[in-house]
Design a protein around this ligand. Structure first.
Ligand SMILES: Cc1ncc(COP(=O)(O)O)c(C=O)c1O
Length: 377
């Protein structure tokens, strides 16, 4: 198989082709091994990956599942979420965060974000807690963990578990510990464009609570605790062996990729500092793996059009917070969470991946400089 052609002028938003080119032999070897042994469901690579990721995050248990969405769903089921239970979370996130709550009959309770990180504002969480609150679910948006110590302390005061939606932050660190292993449960996604991705759908749950791990393992396979013994209601939520093999193949390059992500994020920060836009803040006690490299610009449609014309792809994560989405509008006040509404009008994500070439980064910066001009204040 030949390497795919790259148009000389086109910058990839996320360069998965370059990553594949670098890993082609290892991916082929890993996938061939699965085809040879033929255990496509729950083959040895599933356990091997779970052991590797548990060791990498420091969590006692890793349970692979069929997607990041399924990870959140199974985590909430393991906590025995009941209809009417409230989960405190952020509206400035991907739909899956709230979708899983609502699917189980739960109620998302929105807490606004910090404008400079776009993560949930921990100082506003306690006011949102009621006797019906069942858990707190922060999202590690764009690859940076929220204020987990503060969030865990609030949760402890109220006897609540914390679920980190770490779909965008695999590999990130917070006070020296890994995202996914910072609270009761952590849920990540291996969607192909995530910091650690497979070639389809996949995800994982992390926990150091033995009972929750056991519950999650059972729920993943239709709630069965022994063959044809269904002790709880579950789902068909396994991650298939081939996808685990792909993630295993990528682990050998992960440290290098995380290092590159930090370097590229730092380079963007430096090079954009004097432009008429706002970069996001990374708190000093943590890092970001830049699942998205996102900035805030005043006239986003015009800036996006100028970048598109210059061959620079952009994306918006997210144009409408969940409390303004038709499916979730009945939860809370549509005019609430003003910082989320303001961010939704301004955020714009730039090309970002470990394989973004320095020259391409310079092209993105030059196109942005031409579009927004120098900082005025
Ligand atoms: C914050 C967040 N939560 C959950 C998910 C769901 O992950 P998946 O696409 O693997 O179901 C995503 C994926 O985009 C996400 O960004």
């Amino acid at each position: 198989m030949n390497a795919p052609e790259r148009l000389p002028n086109k910058i990839e938003f996320i360069d998965l082709k370059a990553q594949y080119a670098a890993l082609r032999d290892e991916i082929a070897r890993r996938m061939q091994a699965v085809l040879d042994h033929g255990q496509y469901i729950m083959g040895p690579e599933v356990q091997e990956l779970e052991a590797a990721l548990a060791a990498h995050t420091g969590a006692r248990h890793c349970i692979t599942v069929s997607s990041g969405t399924e990870a959140l769903l199974i985590a909430l089921m393991a906590l025995d979420l009941k209809p009417g239970d409230e989960i405190v979370t952020t509206p400035f996130t991907f739909a899956a965060t709230a979708e899983t709550i609502v699917l189980l009959g739960g109620v998302p309770v929105w807490v606004d974000i910090e404008p400079d990180t776009c993560n949930i504002d921990a100082s506003k969480i306690e006011a949102a807690i009621t006797p019906r609150t069942r858990a707190i679910m922060p999202v590690s948006l764009y690859g940076q963990v929220a204020d987990m110590d503060e969030i865990n302390a609030i949760a402890a005061r109220h006897g609540l578990p914390v679920i980190e939606d770490a779909a965008q932050s695999y590999g990130a660190t917070y006070k020296g510990r890994r995202s996914g292993n910072l609270s009761t449960l952590g849920c990540t996604s291996f969607f192909p464009s995530k910091p650690l991705g497979c070639y389809g759908d996949g995800g994982a749950i992390f926990t150091s609570d033995d009972a929750l791990a056991q519950a999650a393992r059972e729920i993943r396979v239709h709630g069965h605790s022994a063959r044809y013994t269904h002790t709880r209601v579950g789902v068909g939520g396994r991650m298939d062996t081939l996808q685990c093999a792909v993630v295993l193949a990528k682990l050998g390059r992960l440290d290098w990729e995380l290092q590159r992500r930090h370097e590229i994020g730092a380079a963007y920060h430096r090079r954009l500092a004097d432009l008429n836009l706002r970069t996001l803040t990374v708190r000093p006690d943590r890092d970001s793996v830049w699942g998205q490299y996102t900035v805030r610009v005043a006239d986003r449609p015009a800036v996006q059009a100028a970048l598109t014309a210059a061959g620079v792809p952009t994306a918006v994560h997210y144009p409408k917070p969940l409390h303004r989405q038709p499916a979730y509008a009945r939860y809370g006040d549509p005019d609430g969470c003003p910082a989320s509404l303001a961010a939704a009008a301004e955020v714009m994500s730039l090309p970002m991946s470990a394989d973004l070439a320095d020259a391409d980064l310079e092209r993105v910066v030059a196109a942005l400089a031409a579009a927004v001009g120098p900082r005025t204040s």
